[in-house]
Design a protein around this ligand. Structure first.
Ligand SMILES: [Zn+2]
Length: 576
């Protein structure tokens, strides 16, 4: 491929509306262009990287026994009404009407469509298990699409759905997908981590996320420095302290005037106590009803854990009027004593603690000497707080939790009978009894994986593509005039590499070397082969890896074999 002929319009300036590094660099490198908010053109270089992700995904899905099909992007509303999600999905679902005024949506996911297909055509246990997947365009009408391919409104996803006769079969299907995902992201050349995750609004009993590790990632991950435990921060469990009563002598509860002291910092400074000796009393509204959550002042309540515990559809912090109604005091003076609520939930951090300080449920008043059991009795102790760096691992003894950031690129769910029950997706078992199929679903964001590769691998000069996802493996840069000996040698090298199956670009543009090097770095070709007079006089080529600071001189007679070996080694990553 000649660079002079390639449609790869690079930009010198950083586009003003691009926040994420991958978005900036993919625009600058001529890989994508924005058509509308969250909707992108994939240019030839960008499409090549996206196709490479797809191909690795396809090969590993097939290897795991999944079968590829292709479902429509346009889906009738009836199916979504049947599953109940037409009402629940909200404005992210892109809805439309046809000329007969029938309602449809552009699919953000395909559980309904695939369940409908399978319920119509699968009758017997003999036809199961099944794992069906597609690589297809999805639509999600994001409020504020941003970060380029990381959070687009129109995007490419691989989605797979498994159907099994029982839990054991469903677990085996889930496990096969987990292993396939490990092979996929390993073959992509990415550093990643599988983490325990929250099931979110898809529902289901268990799920894991695959995170590409990058400092710019939106998700926080905690992991153990000693065992394999890793979880999304939203889900990360806490090693609960022993369930022992407070060992000290109980002080009497005492009112203390605390004018205008509302925050944990203000109150702990004013009362001269540590934040861990304060009770943080938070009022939430769960499905319209007030609930109170208690943690010690050195911790944060994790609203997702609270919501899961309460099995609430909607959970919000209470507004000031509700707080005043529940506690009798304005915001900043709430305490657990004397509250009359259905749920007074205490975090495990309060077990075995005593003589604490809390809000007085009265304006400008706090109380000290507050004690569990005497002054208040939680309706339940539970894991309600956010995990923190440095604390003990919930899985092993002795490990400490560390934190890193990641980008979610894949998600595996055990769905159970969520869809097969509401949509009557059943089969007849060996005894002729009708049963619901046990389902799983498994997604990978294709464009997102490409963008995550850039978030993880870049520097000030541009992208540093892992070789398996690079649009081309190598760029050849001849220095000098287009009719000179350097150019002739470059042309020969280009043809020889191409004949070996190396994907190579010849920068045949009539440009200064500095311009060529800048573009090569920006686009991020993994290998750069420079043919200059000085090297050629020694019968050699400069070989520079994009990620390395220095180049090496390789004899002309050895360069083809060397590049071939590097490329094929990277492509044949051995996986579990
Ligand atoms: Zn551990």
């Amino acid at each position: 491929m000649r660079l002079s002929k390639m449609f790869a319009p690079t930009l010198k300036e950083v586009p003003s509306d691009a926040e994420a590094v991958s978005h900036q660099l993919m625009l600058r490198g001529g890989m994508i262009r924005k058509l509308a908010a969250g909707i992108y053109d994939y240019l030839p270089l960008g499409l090549r990287s996206i196709r490479k992700v797809e191909q690795i995904v396809r090969e590993e899905m097939n290897r795991a026994g999944a079968q590829e099909l292709l479902l429509p992007a346009v889906q009738p509303a009836e199916l979504w009404q049947e599953s109940g999600r037409w009402a629940l999905y909200g404005p992210e679902l892109q809805r439309l009407r046809d000329r007969h005024n029938r309602e449809f949506c552009l699919g953000p996911t395909h559980e309904e469509v695939i369940t409908d297909l399978v319920r119509r055509d699968v009758r017997s246990y003999r036809e199961l298990p099944l794992n069906l997947y597609q690589i297809q365009t999805k639509f999600r009408d994001e409020v504020r699409p941003r970060f380029g391919l990381m959070r687009a409104r129109e995007f490419t996803m691989k989605d797979a759905y498994s159907f099994d006769v029982d839990d054991a079969g469903a677990n085996a299907s889930y496990e096969a997908m987990r292993q396939a995902y490990h092979r996929i992201f390993t073959r992509c050349g990415l550093r990643f981590r599988e983490v325990e995750a929250d099931s979110g609004n898809i529902g289901g009993s268990f799920s894991a996320e695959f995170m590409v590790l990058a400092d710019t990632g939106e998700d926080a991950i905690v992991y153990c420095d000693s065992c394999g435990y890793a979880a999304n921060l939203e889900k990360a469990e806490i090693a609960s302290p022993p369930d022992a009563p407070f060992p000290g002598a109980l002080q009497p509860m005492k009112r203390v005037p605390t004018p205008n002291q509302r925050t944990i910092e203000e109150v702990s400074a004013f009362l001269q106590v540590q934040p861990r000796d304060l009770i943080k009393t938070l009022v939430f509204v769960a499905d319209g009803r007030p609930v109170v959550a208690l943690v010690t002042g050195d911790h944060e309540v994790n609203a997702i854990k609270l919501q899961r515990l309460l099995k609430a559809n909607v959970l919000e912090l209470a507004d000031p009027a509700t707080i005043e109604r529940v506690t009798g005091a304005p915001v900043g003076f709430a305490g657990p004593q004397g509250l009359k609520v259905e749920h007074l939930l205490a975090d495990y951090s309060l077990r075995g603690r005593g003589n604490l300080a809390a809000g007085g449920n009265e304006v400008d008043v706090h109380v000290t000497g507050v004690n569990l059991g005497r002054d208040f009795t939680p309706t339940q102790f539970a894991d309600l707080r956010q995990a923190e760096v440095g604390e003990l691992c919930p899985r092993c003894t002795g490990g400490k939790l560390l934190q890193q950031r990641g980008i979610e690129v894949g998600h595996v769910f055990k769905l159970g009978v969520k869809y097969s029950k509401t949509m009557r997706c059943t089969f007849l078992d060996e005894a002729g009894v009708e049963k619901e199929m046990i389902m799983g679903c498994y997604g990978i964001g294709i464009g997102r994986t490409a963008a995550a590769a850039v978030e993880q691998n870049h520097d000030d000069n541009g992208m540093i593509w892992p070789l398996p996802l690079a649009p081309y493996h190598a760029v050849i840069v001849p220095i000098g005039k287009t009719d000179g000996p350097e150019y002739q040698a470059a042309l020969k090298l280009h043809d020889e590499l191409e004949a070996r199956g190396v994907e190579v670009v010849l920068d045949d543009r009539d440009e200064r070397p500095g311009v060529k090097f800048k573009d090569a770095d920006l686009i991020g070709f993994p290998l750069r082969l420079t043919l200059g007079k000085k090297a050629l006089d020694q019968g050699a080529v400069e070989l520079k890896r994009r990620a390395a600071a220095e180049f090496e001189l390789v004899p002309l007679g050895e360069i083809v074999a060397k590049v071939d070996a590097i490329v094929h080694e990277a492509k044949n990553v051995t996986t579990c």
